[in-house]
Design a protein around this ligand. Structure first.
Ligand SMILES: [Cu+2]
Length: 184
């Protein structure tokens, strides 16, 4: 009986999470999406606008603290993750794109790890709802991998808060065999 109820709650929360991710209202970020937005962070870092040095200069000098996020404009849980990363102290540069297929391909994210958003920081790729502490550890330890990723959209991960918490792993990729980087 209790387990039944928990399963139903879990299903409902998961459904809510999925709905929130796919149907949240459009991002209010200004500016249209164009191909220029797809360029890597380093490209924008070398072209600071006159009189507007702060964010771009930060990109150039503190790339370990600037998280460049690629997401679709309607993804609610992506916005949730961005908020959590900001709360954790990362400067976040968001690029809204209608389709992330090419971004994920270029970033080398394996298909089985693909999630809703793809980010770059300090030369690494961060895929999906990875906790901020894991990103900091990645930057501190600098393993020889392409990046880390949280496959799927586990409830309880940052940006996917819910009535319960899934157990989930953050995996490394691009360094040979995928390995568990952190378990939550
Ligand atoms: Cu998500």
């Amino acid at each position: 009986m209790r387990i039944d109820t928990q399963i139903r709650l879990a299903a409902a929360a998961a459904l809510l999470g999925a709905v929130a991710c796919s149907t949240s209202k459009q991002s209010e970020s200004a500016g249209g999406v164009d191909s220029a937005a797809v360029q890597p962070a380093t490209a924008s870092a070398v072209a600071p606008a006159p009189g507007d040095s702060t964010p771009r200069a930060a990109l150039a000098t503190k790339s370990d603290s600037v998280l460049v996020v690629y997401k679709t404009p309607t993804c609610g849980c992506c916005k949730g993750w961005v908020s959590k990363m900001k709360e954790a102290g990362f400067a976040v540069e968001v690029h809204d794109l209608p389709d992330l297929t090419q971004i994920k391909k270029k970033a080398g994210v394996p298909e089985d790890l693909q999630a809703c958003h793809t980010a770059r920081i300090g030369g690494y790729v961060v895929e999906g709802h990875v906790p901020a502490a894991d990103i900091r550890r990645l930057l501190a330890e600098r393993p020889k991998v392409t990046g880390i990723g949280t496959p799927g959209m586990p409830v309880g991960s940052p940006g996917m808060e819910g009535a319960f918490k899934d157990r989930y792993d953050v995996m490394t990729f691009g360094g040979g065999k995928q390995t568990v980087f952190a378990s939550h």
